[in-house]
Structure formats: structure tokens, C-alpha cells
Design a protein around this ligand. Sequence first.
Ligand SMILES: Cc1cc2nc3c(=O)[nH]c(=O)nc-3n(C[C@H](O)[C@H](O)[C@H](O)COP(=O)(O)O)c2cc1C
Length: 305
Amino acid sequence: MKKINLKVKLGQRIILKNPVVLESGCFGYGEEYRDLIDINRVGAIVTKTITLKPRAGNLPPRLVETAAGLLNSIGLANVGIELFLKEKLPYLKKFSTPVIVSIAGEGSEEYLKLVQILNKEKIAGIELNISCPNIKKNLVIAQDEVETFNLVKAVRKKTELPLLVKLSPNVTDITRIAKSAEKAGADILSLVNTFSAMGIDSETGSPRLGGVVGGLSGPAIKPIALRMVWQVRKATSLPIIGAGGILSCNDALEFIIAGANAVGLGTAIFVNPHAYQEIITGLKKYLFRKAIYDVNELVGSLHEN
Ligand SMILES: Cc1cc2nc3c(=O)[nH]c(=O)nc-3n(C[C@H](O)[C@H](O)[C@H](O)COP(=O)(O)O)c2cc1C
């Protein structure tokens, strides 16, 4: 049987054994999923977004299901960089899988401090979360070309680690932000973060989320995220990690055909922690059936008139 190649290269230095990435914020710090997910089998992991100081996050409720998705208002709750490096990162580094650390700061100075700290660590890359809809100061970066350019450029000057930028779908034209990030020196683009959204309990007349407005993820956002990946593929030449509502192998295939070099799983991990394995197996079967043999050949292969 001819061998199927699932290996993908993101930029010059990140090599994934397969294109399935666990997205930021959806598998705790990894250890919580010890019995459910074999991190060695995943293409790469992006950690929960880490900030300089620990953050308690937003008021509960923080997670609410919708008809076809998940609303979250976590508010970047995390242990802070010091404890993360001491207690969380060592577990993730035990595996052969690239670890990308997601960071967010309140202003560029905090991002730069985080980057300087992470420069000393053996990690595969840094992802700049500039698109958390639960933190106003954070999302405004990904909604503005100049802010995105300035932050990415400032960080680029301070690190030689591969630099990923996580884009927001809460914009009029995502390609403009993608191009700004590329011009400023980003190596890889991750898209998309969650869609700004809310829910209301009509009985009580109260918002369903403690933070009132949160982020929508899951199957409901898939067609929109897919369209954005397709647009960004045409607008930049950077590698793309495409995410947004991917639950199945077919979903993953759609993102790859639209132009994603790798696919991210977020909400899927809550629904079916084994989704990553099903997608990897499904990709192999699909490539074999189509006699393509190399997943990279499928990237951006959409037939258009
Ligand atoms: C509970 C929850 C927490 C999240 N936390 C983060 C985070 O800390 N940093 C980040 O960049 N994205 C975060 N995200 C966004 C996901 O990484 C992903 O971009 C988004 O949910 C879309 O993918 P999905 O539909 O597969 O979940 C979070 C999403 C959820 C549902």
C-alpha cells in the first residue's frame, strides 16, 4: 500500500506529524485530558492564552450551549506566566508534539515582557492572541490594521521564535488584518477566534453569560470561518491554521481544500475528545481513496470557475 503523507510544515521551523492542532483554551493545560487525548498523536498544541499576571476570568456562567454551538465568556482565566512555566509547561514538553504558547497582554509592553520570558523556553512558537472577544482591549487589536501591524512588528523585533497571529472574525474584512500581520513579520496565521455573541434567558430576562457578551464557537460558525480561511488564503502566502466548528474529518477536509495548511479543534474537544484521532484516520482514508497520497497537495485545491 502506498504511504500517505500527513506531515506538514508551517513556516520554516514548525513541523507537524499531521495537520490536526488542538486550539487554545479548549483542553485545559493538557494534563486534565491525560486519559482522553494522546498528545503524541496530535500535530501540534496551542496552549490556553497566558497573561503576565494570573487572571480569575469573568463572572459565571461562562459556558452556555446554543442550538449549534457554544457561547463562552471565560475572560482569559489563567494561572499567569510564572506558574505556567513552573507547573504547566513541563507536562506539555514531555511529548514529541510542537507546543505553541498563546499569549495576551494589556498593551504591547505586556506582550513584549511575555515574549522576552518565553524566548528562554524550548517551545515551537508563540501565538499572539489579539482577538479574544471577552476582553475589549484585546479584540481591538485584531480589529485594526495599524494596531495589528504595530504589535506584530514590535514582537517580531524581540523574538526569533516562530510567530503566529490569531485573527478575529469580528471584522469587516479579515484579509486586511491578515496582510498587516504578514507585512509586520508574522510567520503563521491562525483563524478564527470566536464570534462576539450573546444569549438571553427569557424567563428571568437575564443574560445567559456572566460577562453578558461572549464568544460563539462550534458548528454554527463553520461556514463563516471557512469563507474567511478561503479569503485569507488568496490574500497572503503565509501558512494558515484554520479553525471554527470543525468536528469531523469532512469539516477538516473543507478547511484544507479552502486553503488551511493545518486545522484546529476547539469546541470539538468538549463534544468528542477523540475527534482528533477520527480526523487523522479519516484524512488517511480520504487521501488513499482519492489517490492523492500527500495532504499538502490538497491545500487550497478548491475547484473554482
Ligand atoms: C471555552 C473556550 C475557551 C477559549 N479560550 C481561548 C483562549 O484562551 N485563547 C484563544 O486564542 N482562543 C480561545 N478560544 C477560541 C478557540 O481557540 C477557537 O479559536 C474557537 O473556539 C473556534 O474554534 P472551534 O469552533 O473549533 O471551537 C476558546 C474557545 C472556547 C470555546
